[in-house]
Design a protein around this ligand. Structure first.
Ligand code: UDP
Length: 334
């Protein structure tokens, strides 16, 4: 990257799992980074470049102060709640922290005339699509409040871009997993619910066992299929998106996935095989809000951004998650 490609960027949620991996890659590329995070699920140690402004996106005056102090060229917006079943039982938390807080941020993006936005969206906006592989123009029909909260945010971003000069990239993440291959950072969310993280906690003895939620789905072994993408491949998509917008590429929506899926049982077997550890797995009823299968079509991001995944291998993803979990438990014990 050329020197004049360096930007001053705001990263909301930069202390969290995905945000912290993106901050690391932004920092390595030489960008000047300010993180806004309320540290509700993130950690200050995970911010390896730039500086933290601790606060909440519900507080518009706080966001306004940060924008007034800095001259941001781009915003990357990660801060959100992401647990599907929690969104079903506590929907207003999601419409507040995800949708309303995105509105707050967009208000400041408009006021301070920020030209570039990268937004963390999700495959959950598609709901239960009737296609084998999901393309970006597959109709949006979320089946849980998490997906709906993100779909509404996407719509606000598109409408604001239409009305102003804002350029946006909406990235629809499939199932993000794994960690930095050197175990410097990784998923450290308390009370994690995501499949690979939960299985790695079983290996570490943090949990005595785990559950498979539903074995009667219309899939090859009856358990849900998801497209697991390594967090550093997802992070590099953000850097490529920023670069593309800066070069005049305009606004885009991209799926972020590898275009293939694994069942819940296949993932758990991989964790057991790579760790050499067995742990109890109970087959139980379906969890609220889970679609059968979600796999991405990713031609658009590959051709438009030239994005090429480096870690498209379930063993690589799981091994990095296992290594990180061991390191994280070691850090917590000292
Ligand atoms: N899952 C499971 N046991 C767990 C956690 C998740 O069977 O302890 C299943 C879940 O029902 C879904 C898949 O694993 O079918 C992926 O769920 P996760 O929460 O990791 O991601 P989501 O797809 O909900 O974003």
């Amino acid at each position: 990257m050329q020197k004049d490609d360096k930007m001053k960027v705001l990263v909301t949620g930069g202390a969290g799992y995905i945000g912290s991996h993106v901050v690391r890659q932004l920092g390595e590329a030489g960008h000047d980074i300010v993180v806004i995070d309320n540290l509700s699920t993130g950690h200050e140690w995970a911010i390896t470049y730039g500086r933290l402004e601790k606060g909440d996106l519900a507080d518009v005056d706080f966001i306004d102060r940060v924008f007034s102090k800095e001259n941001f060229e781009a915003v990357l917006h990660f801060a959100a709640n992401i647990v599907v079943p929690e969104s079903v039982s506590n929907p207003l938390k999601y419409y507040g922290n995800n949708t309303r807080n995105t509105l707050n941020l967009l208000t400041m993006i408009q006021k301070h005339k920020i030209p570039y936005l990268v937004f963390s969206s999700t495959a959950a906006v598609y709901g239960m699509p009737d296609v084998k592989e999901i393309a970006e123009d597959t109709p949006l029909n979320p089946i849980n409040p998490y997906g709906a909260s993100k779909m509404m945010s996407e719509r606000m971003i598109q409408d604001l871009a239409f009305a102003t000069g804002l350029n946006y990239t909406i990235l629809r993440y499939f199932n993000v997993a794994g960690a930095d291959l050197k175990s410097r950072i990784g998923q450290a969310t308390p009370e994690a619910t995501h499949l690979i993280k939960v299985a790695c906690e079983c290996v570490q003895g943090i949990r005595s066992g785990m559950k498979v939620f539903g074995t009667d789905y219309a899939t090859r072994d009856g358990t849900c299929i998801r497209d697991y993408i390594h967090v550093d491949d997802l992070a590099s998509a953000h850097i490529a998106a920023l670069d593309h917008m800066k070069k005049g590429g305009g606004s885009n929506i991209f799926n972020c996935g590898y275009g293939r899926g694994f069942t819940v049982k296949e993932v758990i077997e991989t964790v057991k095989r790579l760790s050499g550890k067995d742990f109890p797995v109970e087959e139980t009823v379906r969890r609220d809000g889970d679609p059968d299968a979600l796999t991405a079509r990713n031609e658009r991001i590959r051709t438009t951004l030239g994005w090429t995944p480096q870690y498209d291998n379930l063993d690589t993803i799981v091994k990095s998650a296992l290594d990180w979990e061991a390191e994280w438990q070691r850090r917590k014990s000292v």
